[in-house]
Design a protein around this ligand. Structure first.
Ligand SMILES: [Zn+2]
Length: 211
């Protein structure tokens, strides 16, 4: 019986995992079955092209991840949402040592922010993307290396800075940073080159993560 929806590919993949991957890592999964102690909180976009474990060489148990359209961290307020609840849990309970906010090139959320008409039939996305409007006031200098996408890339980097600032004002994060038990980082991942840039707060610009 066909499953439709392209499910066969996922089921084949899971069969390969059970046959070829899991047996060799049984001990690791045995430990992980008892609990997690991730060192990093990773906040990124839902975009399918951002694969943290692939670009960082991490695996099960390493990254505590929350993802949403536009790698948004809502401004600290009395409202509750999935992102800020996840951040609080990561910092207060899991006691991650670093929090990383990672945006990426060609981000659809920022494209939509530039072309709001495209969101007319998407009431939820339309409201959600109000969160990225701060990107416009944190736009970064145009980088010639981004070619024809320089304008969008400067806005995406601006959004990384804006969301990173929101992250730092989350009460649990602010407390942990003040007590010296958490560092907070802002990254931009370029899909085409594969390279990550990190925002340097003192220089107020993005620099290559790897020199
Ligand atoms: Zn995105």
């Amino acid at each position: 019986m066909g499953l439709g929806g392209g499910m066969e590919r996922l089921i084949d993949g899971h069969k390969r995992f059970l046959a070829e991957v899991f047996p060799g890592r049984r001990d690791q999964f045995h430990l992980l079955a008892e609990g997690q102690a991730p060192e990093w909180l990773f906040i990124t976009c839902s975009d399918s092209r951002v694969v943290p474990d692939l670009i960082l060489g991490t695996g099960p148990g390493d990254l505590f991840i929350t993802r949403n359209a536009g790698n948004v961290v809502p401004i600290a307020s009395h409202d509750v949402d999935g992102v800020t609840a996840t951040i609080e849990y990561a910092v207060e309970v899991l006691k991650v040592k670093s929090a990383i906010l990672c945006g990426h090139s060609d981000c659809g959320a920022l494209k939509a922010a530039l072309d709001r008409e495209a969101l007319e039939k998407l009431p939820k996305a339309h409201r959600w993307l109000h969160h990225v409007e701060a990107a416009f006031s944190h736009r970064q200098p145009l980088n010639p290396a981004d070619g024809e996408h320089a304008e969008l890339a400067s806005l995406i980097r601006g959004n990384v800075v804006a969301q990173w600032m929101n992250l730092k004002t989350q009460p649990s994060v602010a407390r942990a940073v003040a007590e010296g038990r958490l560092t907070v980082h802002a990254w931009y991942y370029d899909i085409l080159s594969g390279k990550i840039e990190q925002y340097d707060e003192s220089m107020r610009r993005f620099l290559p993560l790897v020199g």
